[in-house]
Design a protein around this ligand. Structure first.
Ligand code: PCA
Length: 223
C-alpha cells in the first residue's frame, strides 16, 4: 500500500465570501463563492468558506480556514454596493474606520488591523492579468486602489499579514457588485447576475492559477 505521502493531493484554492450585512438579506460574495464549492479549476479544488461581517471574528475565521485547508491560493470576495464591475483590490491598509456598525454592533474608528504591522500590503494576485482576462470574457472589470476601511479591508489585511510568512501561497481580495434583486430596491444601483458573477470567479481563479507573474497593463485611476 502506498504511504500517504505518495498519494498526490490536488492543490486547494480557498475562496471566502461574507454573510449579509447592513440590512441586506443576501451577500453576492458568499453566493458566488459557494456556487464553486468543490469545483476543479486548472487542477485545483475550490473550497468555499463564509466569513462573519465582524471586525476581529471575520479575520479569525479566515486564519482558521488557512490553517485547516492549507490552500495554495486564497481569494477573498466582498460586496461593494455601487460598483458596477469585478474589482481586484491592489492594496490592503492597516486601518479600521467603520462607516456603519458591523454585524456584532462594533464600529471601530481609526484603529489598526494589526497593531505595529506595516502600513499596507499589496495583493499577490496577478490583478492586471485578471482584469484583462475578465474583459476578454466580456465581463466588466477594473483594478481598485482602495478596499475601503470596513470589514473587507480588515480581512484582506489580516490575510496578507498571514501570507507574508507563508512563501509560495498567493492571495488577495476582490470586490463584487450587487445582485439584481438587491439593486431592485435601490434605484440606480448597478448590478450583475449571479450566473455572470460565478463565471467571473471561474475566469479569475483560472487566471490566478495559471499566471505566475502579473502582466504590465495600464489601468491607473484616481481611486
Ligand atoms: N462588504 C463589506 C464587508 C462585507 C462585504 O461583503 C466591505 O466592503 O467592507
Amino acid at each position: 500500500m502506498p504511504s500517504a505521502a505518495a498519494i498526490p493531493v490536488a492543490p486547494t484554492v480557498l475562496v471566502t465570501g461574507f454573510e449579509p450585512f447592513d440590512q441586506d438579506l443576501v451577500n453576492p460574495s458568499w453566493e458566488v463563492a459557494r456556487a464553486l464549492e468543490g469545483a476543479s479549476i486548472a487542477g485545483a479544488t475550490v473550497r468555499a468558506v463564509q466569513l462573519p461581517c465582524v471586525f476581529g471574528l471575520g479575520a479569525e475565521r479566515l486564519l482558521e480556514a488557512l490553517h485547516t485547508l492549507r490552500p495554495q491560493l486564497v481569494v477573498g470576495l466582498g460586496l461593494a454596493g455601487g460598483r458596477s464591475d469585478w474589482q481586484p483590490e491592489r492594496v490592503a491598509i492597516n486601518c479600521n474606520d467603520a462607516r456603519i456598525l458591523d454585524n456584532a454592533g462594533q464600529q471601530p474608528i481609526d484603529t489598526a488591523v494589526v497593531p505595529g504591522g506595516p502600513a499596507a500590503y499589496f495583493s499577490s494576485l496577478p490583478i492586471k492579468a485578471i482584469v484583462q482576462a475578465l474583459r476578454a470574457a466580456g465581463l466588466p472589470a477594473a483594478v481598485s486602489n482602495s478596499a475601503g476601511t470596513f470589514v473587507c479591508n480588515h480581512v484582506f489585511y489580516a490575510l496578507m499579514h498571514a501570507l507574508a510568512t507563508q512563501p509560495g501561497v498567493r492571495g488577495g481580495f476582490v470586490h463584487v457588485p450587487c445582485l439584481p434583486e438587491q439593486a431592485a430596491r435601490s434605484p440606480g444601483m448597478p448590478s450583475m447576475a449571479l450566473a455572470t458573477q460565478v463565471q467571473a470567479l471561474r475566469v479569475l481563479l483560472h487566471t490566478a492559477l495559471t499566471t505566475p507573474v502579473d502582466i504590465a497593463m495600464g489601468d491607473g485611476r484616481e481611486h
